[in-house]
Design a protein. Structure first.
Length: 582
């Protein structure tokens, strides 16, 4: 699988990336085209066989000729079936290669774009890729290779007799018109059905994730009514889309069957007029059926085609909004020196800056506390320092290098992050601490758990580090989840630890463990940055940054800032167990 780095094969434009990924299978497309040539050529086997049987075998009453023709036809049909089977397998692998090529790229773009709330392009990225892959592997795509042969089959009918050709062309033209009308009238219902179905699925997932709140507060009926309203709308739109598509599909099927009978009737009339033979009558009917089959198949599978077209459009938009990562030169492990200069941050999808020209420095062995009222920009600062949000202005440097000089996964190895809202992943506790590594380092896992004072807590569980948890924590309490998440932040010895409201769910023992972890980081020459509301959270901080409405209102040694900003700093320090101001 190709890594998500920008290169000649993956241009910056999203639609060009999709086209480049599709072009990787160009040779296979040519192979399918070649197989389709012979498949469609062998489609003449049936009409020619009927022509020979009616015009030669029945006239000569030669059993030997019938047996020879039958054996030849059996062989040709066998070859045709093998070629058709082969081209289907080739297209399945074309779809698989397309998806495998773009899986990582779309996955990373979806994660990056998920910072924008309610972005439908980011929410359906992988489903859109799968929709395109399914179309590539579906038999309906082979219609693209069969449709060019339709005019040749119609021309072959016209060679038998002009009136037969006129009927065939008129019928084919009518089916093409139905296909165009099907596209026009079914586009909107299918799109609405897909959108409402996706909305209902998201709402169901949201309700499932908040099952505890819904159950405990008697919201089951209200939650069901809310979801059921969206679900009913989705069902109505799906029924409407099915009705529209089914109507055109039934019309196409009925018309094709009528045309076959009409061809037989017209052929019989011409036979009675002695203008064609009986073999021509049967052969013309078979050729018409083969000529119109791709059009009927296209109409019948049009919803799948439309879903893939929408997926292609959405993927192109997603990849255009999130350019591929450039290949970066590997840097040595940085020192714990953080330098923020004139940082301005506009959250993705917003137009108003949440941080405005904020500057500060943090040296190895120091801990910085960030305080301020709700909405002051503390969490925004944390998300920017981890590289999740990009600065709109200014720069953040880690050991002199700006954050964008590190690949995202590499930067994550140097920075430990404990978010305000802790979320674990389905898996074992060891896998969660090891940041979902496919091959967790047991020594590092246990070491991180001990630093977070979570080792005894984990070993007391029935399966210890192999205890399985869910995204909601499972059997773990909020405080236990936070301790495990702290161990995850400390895994692999990061140089910078960012804690966003780290003691919001911790008891006294957990708070002591947190402070000991901060002490250990400082003693090891690492840096710690803490976003806090509670005074106890900044007990081990050397520096203090005060944010108000996104601006830096104060920065400096903790005691000095508290003395300047808080009139009752003595009481505040005593309540935090930090003693008096010296």
């Amino acid at each position: 699988m190709r890594p998500a780095y920008r290169n000649a094969a993956f241009p910056a434009d999203g639609f060009a990336e999709l086209a480049a990924a599709r072009r990787q299978s160009r040779a296979l497309y040519w192979a399918v085209g070649l197989f389709s040539f012979f498949c469609n050529l062998l489609m003449l086997t049936g009409p020619l066989y009927m022509l020979q049987v009616y015009d030669r075998v029945l006239g000569s009453r030669s059993e030997e000729t019938l047996v020879a023709l039958s054996l030849l036809v059996a062989f040709l049909y066998g070859v045709m079936g093998l070629l058709d089977f082969t081209r289907g397998r080739v297209m399945a692998r074309v779809g698989a290669r397309f998806q495998a090529t773009l899986d990582r790229r779309v996955f990373e773009a979806m994660l990056s774009r998920s910072a924008v709330a309610n972005d439908p392009v980011a929410q359906t990225g992988l489903q859109d890729l799968e929709a395109v892959q399914r179309l590539m592997a579906a038999p309906v795509l082979l219609v693209v290779f069969d449709l060019p042969w339709t005019p040749f089959f119609l021309a072959g009918i016209a060679l038998f007799h002009p009136w037969l050709g006129i009927l065939a062309v008129a019928g084919g033209s009518l089916l093409v018109l139905i296909t165009v009308l099907n596209q026009f009238y079914s586009r909107s219902p299918v799109l609405k059905a897909n959108v409402t179905s996706h909305r209902a699925t998201l709402m169901a997932e949201e309700i499932r994730g908040e099952a505890e709140t819904i159950q405990s507060m008697g919201m089951r009926g209200a939650a069901f009514s809310r979801w059921n309203g969206t679900r009913q709308t989705s069902l109505d739109e799906s029924v409407l889309a099915s009705d529209v598509g089914g109507s055109f599909s039934s019309l196409t099927k009925t018309l094709r069957m009528f045309l076959q009978s009409a061809m037989l009737g017209l052929g019989a009339y011409l036979v009675l007029k002695a203008e064609v033979t009986a073999g021509v009558m049967i052969a013309s009917s078979i050729l018409l059926s083969r000529a119109l089959a791709p059009i009927e198949q296209l109409v019948g599978h049009w919803p799948q085609v439309q879903r893939a077209r929408k997926g292609w459009q959405s993927l192109g938009e997603l990849l255009s909004k999130v350019p591929a990562d450039v290949r970066r030169t590997a840097l040595p492990k940085p020192r714990a020196r953080l330098d923020v200069q004139g940082l301005t941050v506009v959250p993705p999808g917003d137009t108003r800056a949440k941080l405005k020209t904020v500057s500060f420095k943090l040296e190895p062995g120091q801990a910085l506390g960030v305080i301020g009222p709700s909405g002051a920009g503390k969490t925004t600062l944390a998300r920017t320092l981890t590289g999740f949000w990009k600065p709109a202005g200014g720069v953040v440097r880690l050991d002199g290098a700006s954050l964008d000089q590190y690949a995202p996964d590499v930067l994550g190895q140097h920075i430990g992050y404990l978010p305000q809202r802790v979320q674990l992943f389905d898996g074992t506790i060891a896998e969660n601490i090891a940041r979902l590594s496919p091959d967790p380092d047991s020594t590092k896992v246990v070491e991180a758990a001990k630093k977070a004072a979570a080792h005894d807590l984990i070993t007391s569980l029935p399966d210890g580090y192999d205890t399985r948890v869910t995204s909601g924590g499972g059997r773990l309490s909020g405080g236990q989840m936070q301790r495990v998440a702290l161990a995850r932040a400390l895994y692999d010895d990061p140089v910078l630890l960012i804690l966003d409201e780290p003691n919001s769910n911790l008891d006294n023992e957990g708070s002591l463990a947190l402070n000991n972890a901060i002490k250990g980081m400082k003693a090891a020459g690492k840096s710690v940055l803490i976003m806090a509301h509670r005074p106890s959270a900044i007990q081990e901080c050397d520096l203090l940054l005060v944010l108000e409405d996104g601006h830096r209102s104060a920065f400096g040694p903790k005691d000095q800032v508290l003395r300047e900003m808080v009139s009752n700093h003595e009481q505040l320090l005593k309540s935090a167990g930090m003693g008096g101001v010296r």
